[in-house]
Design a protein around this ligand. Structure first.
Ligand SMILES: [Zn+2]
Length: 276
C-alpha cells in the first residue's frame, strides 16, 4: 500500500533505508528539523544542517522515487540557549522560500522550561508571519501530559492559528483526546521498543476513529524503524480493518494535512520522467 511518512529524520538514515521505504510503498517523507543527539556548536552548524535538508536530502530521496519535504526550526532541547535561538531564527526565513519546505517544525517542549516556551512562541510567531504549517514535538515520558497540555493551550489561545494547519506529534493514549478536541491533527509515532508501537496506535484509532490522525516512523539516529508504517499496515490487516480505513490513515490523511501548503505535491508516476 502506498503511504507517506510524516516524520522521518532521513539525514540519520542510509540509502538502504530509502530503498526499504520505496519497496514498501513510501511515496513521500517529511523531515522535521530536530536535535542531532548532541548540541550544535553554533548557528553555522544549523545552516549546514538546513542546507542538507533543502539540497542534498531531496536529491537522495528522488533516487528512490520518494518526494522529500522538510520543516525548519531550532529544536526544543537547544532552545534553552536564548542567544542561539535568536541567531537561528534570523536565518530560517530564507529557507522558508525553498521549494521543499512546508513549514516550521518540529517545535515544542522537552523539559517544559521558561526558555523552551519562549523559543516555542518565537517559532509560532515566525510561522504566522510567513503563513506556514506547524509541526509540533511533544515531550516523552513523564513530561508528556503536562508538556502537551501547555502546548495545546498555548496554540488554542492564539487567535492567529488555524488548528487544522497544525500537527501535534508523539500523541499517546492520554494526550490524543486533548489534541483532537481543539481541532489539531494528532500524530502517532511508531517506535519499535519504547513508547507507542503499532498495536497501541491501532487501539487509539479504534477508540477515536481515523479523523485527523496520522502515523509516522519518527526514524532517526536512535533505535527506530524506517518501515514502521508498512508494519502498521500489516497489523491493521491482521485485525481485520479494511484497506479503505488503512489508506485513509497512511495516505489520504497526510495528503489532506500537507496539501494546505501550496508547495506540497506527489511525483506523477504516470509520466515517464527520469529520477534523481
Ligand atoms: Zn522527530
Amino acid at each position: 500500500m502506498e503511504y507517506l511518512d510524516l516524520h522521518a529524520h532521513m539525514v540519520s538514515r542510509t540509502t538502504d533505508d530509502y530503498r526499504a521505504m520505496a519497496l514498501t510503498g513510501c511515496v513521500a517523507v517529511t523531515e522535521p528539523a530536530f536535535w542531532a543527539g548532541y548540541d550544535r556548536p553554533g548557528v553555522e552548524a544549523f545552516v549546514d544542517y538546513f542546507n542538507r535538508l533543502v539540497d542534498f536530502e531531496p536529491q537522495r530521496a528522488a533516487q528512490y522515487g520518494i518526494a522529500h519535504f522538510t520543516w525548519m526550526c531550532l529544536n526544543p532541547k537547544e532552545a534553552e540557549d536564548r542567544e542561539l535561538t535568536r541567531r537561528v531564527l534570523d536565518v530560517i526565513p530564507s529557507y522558508l522560500e525553498r521549494p521543499n519546505v512546508l513549514g516550521i517544525g518540529e517545535i515544542g517542549l522537552n523539559r517544559v522550561t521558561r526558555n523552551e516556551l519562549a523559543g516555542f512562541k518565537d517559532h509560532v510567531d515566525l510561522a504566522m508571519e510567513h503563513d506556514q504549517l506547524i509541526h509540533v514535538h511533544t515531550p516523552h515520558l513523564e513530561d508528556k501530559w503536562k508538556g502537551t497540555k501547555v502546548i495545546v493551550d498555548t496554540l488554542a489561545a492564539d487567535q492567529r492559528i488555524t488548528p487544522r494547519r497544525v500537527m501535534v506529534d508523539h500523541a499517546e493514549e492520554h494526550t490524543v483526546e486533548m489534541i483532537l478536541a481543539d481541532g489539531f491533527w494528532a500524530g502517532l509515532t511508531l517506535y519499535p521498543v519504547t513508547k507507542v508501537g503499532p498495536s497501541r496506535a491501532i487501539d487509539i484509532i479504534e477508540i477515536h476513529g481515523p479523523e485527523r490522525i496520522c502515523v509516522a516512523s519518527a526514524c532517526d539516529w536512535g533505535e527506530s524503524r524506517p518501515t514502521a508504517i508498512p508494519e502498521f499496515v500489516l497489523e491493521m490487516r491482521r485485525r481485520g480493518h479494511p484497506d479503505s480505513l488503512i489508506r485513509k490513515v497512511v495516505y489520504d490523511n497526510p495528503i489532506e494535512l500537507l496539501s494546505q501548503s501550496p508547495k506540497f505535491g506527489l511525483p506523477d508516476r504516470e509520466a515517464s520522467v527520469a529520477w534523481g
